[in-house]
Design a protein around this ligand. Structure first.
Ligand code: PMP
Length: 403
């Protein structure tokens, strides 16, 4: 088991007061805080080794390149990718999905083809596919949810047919905290010869990610949601798909030869990394991964699940509490009576409690449930039971104010 109170010492931002109250940071699904080793790594990298990667023969450029490529290796190990050139550095989950929608889309999607997503997707796993469908005349098919707001597996099977070219689903819902049966979803798609993209933005910080065990064709996640810096993320893709796909952006580093008559493209992963990459961000993401690995993904998952279960039980003490779906990840969405989520969020903020309110970039899901939005508390490795208790007391106080 991990000791959250010890871990908190690595996160100076948590040690502050907001409106005179100790900060209770429960907006981790939006972004996590950064440990000292990550912020130190960013400062040290800029102060000691900064130099553009893959370009210079000089000493600093070689060190920066080595560290950048070592970070790629750490990501590969973290998600158990077979080859480190299957790791493409991007700005984050959103860019990773856009990359696939553009490059896979331009290569493989034609009029009449179908792409399958689910009702609980984040906008970044909806809109790129919608735009691809508009460009190509392909069709977006959406898997509904069951009455308890889980992925409807039977309906999913019915959505797959000979026209389906890709399935793109989230591993963990950022609104409901539901963990989807991703292995079975992939297995079923593969039985029809259909590749699958996994949106791992909410799963990579919380549960072990193993692209080979789940047999994902593509997997996307963001550094900033797993204790790393902003502006860096990952697309994993199976070599056979990445090799077959057109490049995403064009420019320096992604080319092999350029002549005015013709350009040839670089090999993986550089074919998909046009321009100067965020190498300092990648190196610091590598440090965040070292930090996670030292604590242990199993310990993190056990801690956050226990905290989530505890909080759900305590939330049930509150009159007129509605918890949406099954929060088996590390996020809980709820409403109390007819208190508007924005009112609850504003008043909790006055108590030093940072939670998220609104549609959480998943408007179709919120419409599907038929509510104005939710209040969402989401946990990370540094949160404690005592913080969950403060949250419960805060919600009770707000509920009392509204009578
Ligand atoms: N997918 C899911 C499930 C998410 O929770 C998020 C972030 N809220 C994203 C995609 C987008 O991530 P980013 O903004 O880091 O690109």
């Amino acid at each position: 088991m991990l000791n959250a109170n010890d871990i908190r010492k690595q996160f100076p931002i948590l040690d502050q007061t907001i409106y005179g109250k100790p900060l209770i940071y429960l907006d981790n699904a939006a972004t996590t805080q950064k440990p000292l080793c990550v912020t130190d790594c960013i400062a040290t990298s800029y102060n000691e080794i900064n130099s553009n990667v893959h370009r210079g023969i000089h000493h600093l450029s070689q060190i920066a390149t080595e560290q950048f490529e070592a970070a790629r290796g750490k990501v590969a190990t973290f998600i158990n990718a077979q080859r480190s050139h299957e790791i493409i550095f991007t700005r984050g989950t959103t860019e990773s999905i856009n990359l696939v929608a553009t490059s896979f889309g331009n290569t493989f999607i034609n009029q009449g083809d179908e792409i399958v997503i689910s009702t609980m997707e984040h906008h970044s796993n909806i809109v790129p596919w919608q735009m691809l469908c508009q460009r190509t005349g392909a069709k977006l098919r959406v898997v509904p949810l069951t009455h308890d707001l889980r992925f409807d597996f039977d309906a999913y099977k019915n959505r797959l047919n000979e026209k389906t070219r890709l399935v793109s689903v989230t591993h963990v819902s950022n609104v409901l905290g539901t963990i989807n049966p991703i292995k079975e979803i992939i297995e079923t798609a593969h039985s029809h010869g259909i590749p699958v993209l996994v949106d791992a933005a909410q799963s990579s910080p919380h549960i072990k990610t193993d692209v080979q065990a789940m047999d994902a064709d593509f997997l996307a996640f963001s550094g900033h949601k797993m204790y790393g810096p902003t502006g860096i993320g990952v697309l994993y893709g199976k070599e056979k798909w990445l090799n077959a796909m057109q490049p995403y952006q064009f420019g320096g580093e992604m080319i092999q030869t350029v002549h005015f008559e013709k350009t040839t493209f670089n090999e993986l992963p550089y074919k998909f990394e046009a321009g100067t990459p965020n190498y300092i961000g990648a190196i610091a993401l590598g440090t965040a991964i070292d930090f996670i690995q030292a604590i242990g993904m199993e310990n993190i998952a056990a801690h956050e699940s226990a905290l989530t279960r505890y909080t759900v039980e305590r939330l049930k003490e509150i009159d007129n509490m509605r918890i949406f779906g099954t929060p088996d990840g590390a996020a809980i969405s709820f409403l109390v009576g007819d208190i508007h989520p924005a009112d609850m969020g504003t008043l909790l903020d006055r108590l030093g409690i940072a939670i998220r309110t609104g549609h959480h970039c998943a408007q179709p899901l919120i419409d599907y449930i038929g509510i104005p939005g939710t209040v969402r508390a989401s946990f990370a490795m540094y949160n404690t039971k005592e913080e969950a208790d403060v949250l419960i007391d805060g919600i009770k106080r707000v509920a009392k104010m509204f009578g």
